[in-house]
Design a protein around this ligand. Structure first.
Ligand code: FRU
Length: 494
């Protein structure tokens, strides 16, 4: 970041200029992570939807590549995925040079293959490691007859027991996930619908079905990730998930919230306002899914005050599936590669202190705009404690992250953290209840120039929020309410 581009992240993917939203076509190939994404090559708000492209070796430092697929008057390129077609089952490459195959949503304009407004799934392929893309002649490869205007967001996974690919898509306005199978990525056969459970208050978008190991067990389960807009737990758009079984045809969620249940009975990947449309990186190393999500909220993303760019991805996260008290739960952590990259940079500062009724400034060492903070708090006698970041000197304004022992809640309050008048829908604070009561908490806080991601309770509770602080506000202090709190703060400058 600089005084003239104060909100430019250092550890998160952004485009040099112009608008981006959902990550698309996430794939790891030959030692390189590829992120494609919904991108407007011609402006700083949503439109002309194309696939932008960036690559990274470590999930932190991204290099922007030429636009991969550009919108035309006939067709915009909406969200989708990429798989490596190793055996050239599609025939779009050769045995020697197997293709990267993209499945994406064609959103048709005038004179397209389908009537204007229709959405259907199409194929494109690359024979040069994702640099250039050709559209398949037979597009679209999957249409809902006669046509549908909300049929989108294909994500494909290999189903080994049946030796076929499974594609999840949505009919967004009907709150239905539709699944299909294929052995060549070109001809798709209907499998089943998934619907009728969990939050229903908005469009269902960007689904994904992932098989996961259950932690500390040999069991496996299937997890359905699903974005919803609006109707998310923090207002506006958000991401819910379901855990269950997939038999090759049908996904059945277990212990899912009823469609009319209160929102907090559904399971949410993140309780902040800014985490959406996350998908896993196909072929990523390791045995845990690595997710990349968009750090935005459709309620106000188009109004945020950044320029000449708008939109950023969240930190890549690896997921673990654990058996909780009542049901299976996902835990999120900063992906190993990203954490390692951050640990190679910057200076580490650490401090122990006890704080009573007056807040304590953490001093020069903890000043900064971008840092990875480990915060341990022991609130034996206090009711609430936390940290104020990007603080304006001598005032109580800043980004407030706190833990309330009685309510068991971790809260991120951005109401006095900077510019917020760009939208009435920029909600002031978000919180999440921790699974069990404790007077000790450990928070991992990733602070970047215009965002914060807070991981609590070993990743069972996550809050991700964007915010737009004044350039000059770089202070940090800790506070305790109604008693003393012991703090250990470790910070690494990014
Ligand atoms: C989700 C979404 C997708 C769609 C894309 C368009 O944020 O609405 O459903 O494919 O964005 O940019």
């Amino acid at each position: 970041p600089t005084a003239s581009d104060p909100w430019r992240p250092v550890a998160h993917l952004t485009a040099e200029k112009n608008w981006l939203n959902d990550p698309n076509g996430l794939v790891y190939h030959d030692g390189t992570y590829h992120a494609f994404y919904q991108y407007n090559p011609r402006g700083n708000s949503w439109g002309n939807m194309s696939w932008g492209h960036s690559t990274s070796k470590d999930l932190i430092h991204w290099e922007q590549q030429p636009v991969a697929m550009e919108a035309s008057p006939e067709e915009e390129i909406f969200s989708g995925c990429i798989v490596m077609d190793k055996n050239n089952a599609s025939g779009l490459g050769s045995a020697k040079n197997p293709p990267m195959v993209a499945l994406y949503t064609s959103a048709y304009g005038k004179n397209g293959a389908l009537p204007q407004g229709a959405q259907a799934q199409s194929v494109a392929f690359s024979l040069d490691n994702g640099t250039t893309w050709q559209k398949y002649q037979g597009n679209p490869v999957l249409n809902l007859a006669p046509t549908n205007n909300n049929f989108r967001d294909p994500k494909v996974t290999w189903y080994e027991p049946g030796r076929y690919w499974v594609m999840t898509t949505v009919v967004a306005d009907a709150q239905v996930v539709k699944m299909f199978k294929s052995t060549d990525l070109l001809r798709w056969e209907y499998l089943s619908d998934f619907s009728g459970v969990g939050a229903q208050g908005g469009l269902w978008e960007v689904p994904e079905l992932i098989q996961m190991n259950v932690e500390d067990s040999t069991a496996k389960k299937w997890v359905m990730l699903l974005s919803i807009n609006p109707g998310g737990i923090a207002g506006g758009s958000g991401m819910q998930y379901f855990v269950g079984e997939f038999d090759g045809t049908r996904f059945t969620a277990e212990d899912a919230a009823a469609p009319d249940a209160p929102l907090d009975e559904s399971q949410w990947l993140d309780h902040g306002a800014d985490y959406y449309a996350a998908n896993s990186i196909s072929g990523a190393p390791g045995d845990k899914p690595v997710l990349l999500g968009w750090m935005g909220n459709w309620d106000y993303a188009q109004d945020v005050p950044t320029t000449p760019w708008r939109g950023s991805m969240a930190i890549p996260r690896e997921l673990t599936l654990v058996r909780g008290e009542k049901r299976f739960e996902l835990r999120s952590a900063i992906a190993g590669a990203a954490r390692e990259a951050m640990e190679h940079s910057g200076e580490v500062k650490s401090k122990n202190l006890t704080v009573g009724s007056s807040p304590k400034d953490l001093g020069q060492d903890f000043k900064g705009r971008t840092q990875l903070i480990e915060l341990e708090m022991d609130l034996t006698s206090a009711r609430e404690a936390g940290v104020l970041l990007r603080q304006s000197s001598g005032s109580d304004s800043g980004l407030r992250i706190s833990y309330n022992k009685e309510a068991r809640t971790v809260r991120v309050d951005r109401s006095k953290a900077g510019t917020s008048n760009f939208s009435e829908k920029f909600s002031p604070f978000h919180q999440v209840a921790l699974p069990s009561p404790s007077s000790k908490v450990h928070l991992t806080i990733l602070l970047d120039s215009s965002s914060v991601e807070v991981f609590a309770a070993g990743g069972r509770a996550v809050v991700s929020d964007t915010f737009f602080p004044d350039w000059d506000n770089t202070g940090a202090s800790v506070f305790s309410m109604e008693g003393d709190t012991d703090f250990t703060v470790t910070s690494r400058t990014l």
